[in-house]
Write a protein that binds this ligand. Sequence first.
Ligand code: PMV
Length: 320
Amino acid sequence: MTAVRAFTASAPGKIILFGEHAVVYGYPAIAVPLTAVQVTVSAEAAPSGSGITLHAADLGRTLALADLQPADPLYDALAYPIHLALQTLRCPAPDLRLTVRSTIPIASGLGSGAALAAALIRAVWGALGQPLDDDVLNPLVYEVEKRHHGTPSGIDNTTIVYARPVYFVREQPPQTFTVARPFTLLVADSGHSSPTRLTVADVRHRYDADPTGTGAVLARIGAIAEQARQAIEAGEIAALGPLMDENHALLAELTVSSPHLDQLCQAARAAGAQGAKLSGGGRGGNMIALVQEDSADAVAEALRQAGAVRVLTTRVDSPS
Ligand code: PMV
């Protein structure tokens, strides 16, 4: 029987700053880790013959891995990453209890699926005493993302696995970049969950119906992401606000905003945010607002008044 040891692994959430949807078409996008929310998986040895059990602490449920079949709604999120971890280790299922805790809201564009997969795979490898390189983990988490989202660009898994700001172009090695001057974002949850798969499919229909018009919108979004990277690297934070506003308007043109996301962006700007946009797949999920320290509280309050169910604050900085 394979020896196991206690091991705890975690992974942060993520937030897309610029370039969602256009990234699917090969344009650049920028995303940063969101360390205010995390998935943590603790692995410990279990009684001989018990196999792998999963304790979903937030749901108060304990499940045997062997009972989770592909038709089960929890299979892709919980069982598939573990099977991938064991397959790549060429290891039979050890006797292991995995306790999963998450503060990342699901289906709201914060990368809950990728973070759960990353933490689970890290925990299984760690419990079996195997060091796991991020370059090995990243494609495994991408495999899990494909089951959740169909044809994801790979930006979520890349930002979450490497836990650093990422400038991402599909099918190219991820580039990290320097944040010359840290800045603060509020991340507000609209309270509506919206599957990314659907908005990605709708943008695809629009593109197929009008490749020139929709293509021009996507190209402009890509150019904004490029300009934003340059501004972040130059420490020109004031330039980011107008770029966020324009990026939001272009996403609205692609029909992936919603009346509530538009209201949240307007409320943030009216309360003093330098810029605001939806983040992620859209039609629900989260929006982000760029704030200066002296207006952060007023903007957060305005977002709550406009119906945000949760407002997180995150400071974007280069990893130390
Ligand atoms: O909804 P999220 O945060 O998982 O982001 C989706 C980002 C898209 O560009 C819309 C899709 C993708 O695969 O990149």
